[in-house]
Design a protein around this ligand. Structure first.
Ligand code: ATP
Ligand code: MG
Length: 425
């Protein structure tokens, strides 16, 4: 239920209201705009604040003590208030879009209606003044009520101007739990190819936000249906071109807790051979690429029913790393549940056991053993080389089976015994 003006005004923190008032006292126009207005109209506390104003960036720089010139080329500066950062952008209109991504010309001669008209979706194209008065020329409030993402103006043209809007539409739908208005959706499907003009650095974050959104399933289904996902990750589409199989991927993602790496792994869990290459292409950063790769590669090694023994869990942790043990169980459970299995109790039991195993802080690598290669050489008389490595590996194997063995005296004794064993070759 959209809020009335006074309730809206009350959702603006006093420092932000003061910023608007200060600009207005200096003879400028100044309005909140974009996501914060969308949130306020829905009665939510905004996470970040965007202001649109007739003042030029230079004027804003001079009016406030702490201002960071974050995007001067596009007329944006960031005003730092006590504990808040407010992005202040000069009214502008745009023209050109020769590269399907950035306007060729940005001019600061606009007014509020022009500035709102350049924005992407009706729910993002509302402005509000410090008194809570709303400017809503494109029916953003109506679309919030109807739960629709609708392009401002002609959707085909708007997507052609900037291909990133294709992904923003889906991400907003996923965050808000909205549907795409029919013409916007049609344009999205017809113009999915425009994504080719969007840099991977811009695609990755939007995909992640969609995967982590409250209605991630809605967003993913849209991405499949409109062909967007097929453009971003053709490898998935190749294996999941039919709805039943993408429904499984969607269901697996939805059943994973909203964790970046888990949800990426859920999306890619049928693409074990290609996971790392896909994520590198999306520029997601080494740690993410590496961890998601491990989750995908090993998730089938988890057994929930009957739950894995502690020794099996330690062996698995030795292969996948201790940080992946819990997430692997969650991924496996989501995968099985998406296929219709009842796994809730089994998952709870497994997670409890994982917690117990990890709490004991067992040695999981040769480096974590109570002895090292020098110790093995000393007690066995072996020279440095592969034989020492083989003994260390067997010591680790023994410690994984029985963690209490991980003491210097016991491992040295075991090493001696292993070295004395007759060779079978
Ligand atoms: P959130 O902060 O939750 O991501 P937001 O709507 O504030 O949501 P921003 O990326 O902060 O999103 O952008 C602020 C506003 O700028 C948007 O609400 C929209 O009006 C406008 N905007 C942002 N990106 C585009 C774009 N690619 N095309 C047109 N307008 C845009
Ligand atoms: Mg914002």
């Amino acid at each position: 239920m959209p809020l009335g003006r006074w309730r809206r005004r009350r959702l603006i923190p006093p420092p932000v209201r003061e910023l608007l008032a200060h600009l207005v006292r200096a003879g400028h126009q100044a309005y909140l705009v974009g996501g914060c207005v969308r949130d306020i109209v829905r009665g939510l506390d905004p996470q970040d604040w965007d202001v649109t104003t007739s003042a030029t960036p230079d004027e804003v720089l001079r009016m406030f003590p702490r201002v960071i010139p974050t995007g001067l080329r596009y007329g944006t500066v960031t005003v730092m208030l006590s504990g808040l950062a407010v992005e202040v952008t000069t009214f502008r209109s745009e023209a050109g879009y020769g590269d399907y991504r950035h306007p060729d010309h940005v001019s600061f001669v606009g007014d509020l209606p022009t500035d709102l008209a350049r924005r992407d979706f009706t729910v993002n194209a509302m402005a509000m003044d410090a008194a809570g008065r709303l400017h809503d020329p494109f029916g953003g409030r109506r679309d919030l009520r109807r739960r629709l993402i609708r392009a401002v103006g002609d959707p085909r043209q708007r997507f052609t101007e900037d291909g990133l809007r294709l992904l923003r539409a889906v991400r907003l739908a996923a965050e808000l739990g909205f549907e795409l208005e029919a013409a916007t959706r049609r344009a999205l499907r017809e113009q999915a190819g425009l994504l080719e003009h969007v840099a991977a650095e811009r695609i990755g974050p939007e995909l992640l936000r969609t995967l982590l959104a409250g209605h991630a399933g809605t967003g993913l289904r849209l991405m499949f249906e409109t062909g967007l996902l097929g453009r971003i990750i053709p490898e998935i589409a190749a294996g999941a071109s039919e709805p039943p199989s993408w429904e499984h991927l969607v269901a697996t993602v939805e059943r994973c807790p909203p964790d970046r790496e888990l949800r990426l792994a859920a999306l890619l869990h049928h693409n074990a051979g290609e996971t790392e290459a896909i994520l590198r292409r999306l520029r997601l950063g080494r740690p993410v690429v590496e961890r998601v790769g491990r989750l995908v590669r090993h998730h089938r090694e988890v057994r929930l029913e009957p739950p894995m023994q502690e020794v099996e869990l330690r062996r698995l942790a030795a292969r996948v790393g201790r940080d992946c043990l819990g997430p692997l169980c969650l991924l496996r459970a989501a995968d099985l549940a998406a296929s219709g299995a009842a796994v809730k109790a089994a998952l709870a039991g497994s997670l409890e056991r994982v917690g117990r195993v990890l709490a004991a802080d067992p040695a999981l690598t040769v480096e974590e053993l109570a002895v090292d290669g020098h110790d093995v050489q000393r007690v066995t008389g072996l020279r440095p080389g592969r034989a020492v490595g083989r003994i260390l590996a067997r010591l680790l194997d023994a410690v994984l089976a029985e963690p209490s063995l991980n003491r210097r005296d016991r491992l040295e004794e075991l090493a001696r015994r292993l070295a004395a064993e007759p060779k079978d070759d």
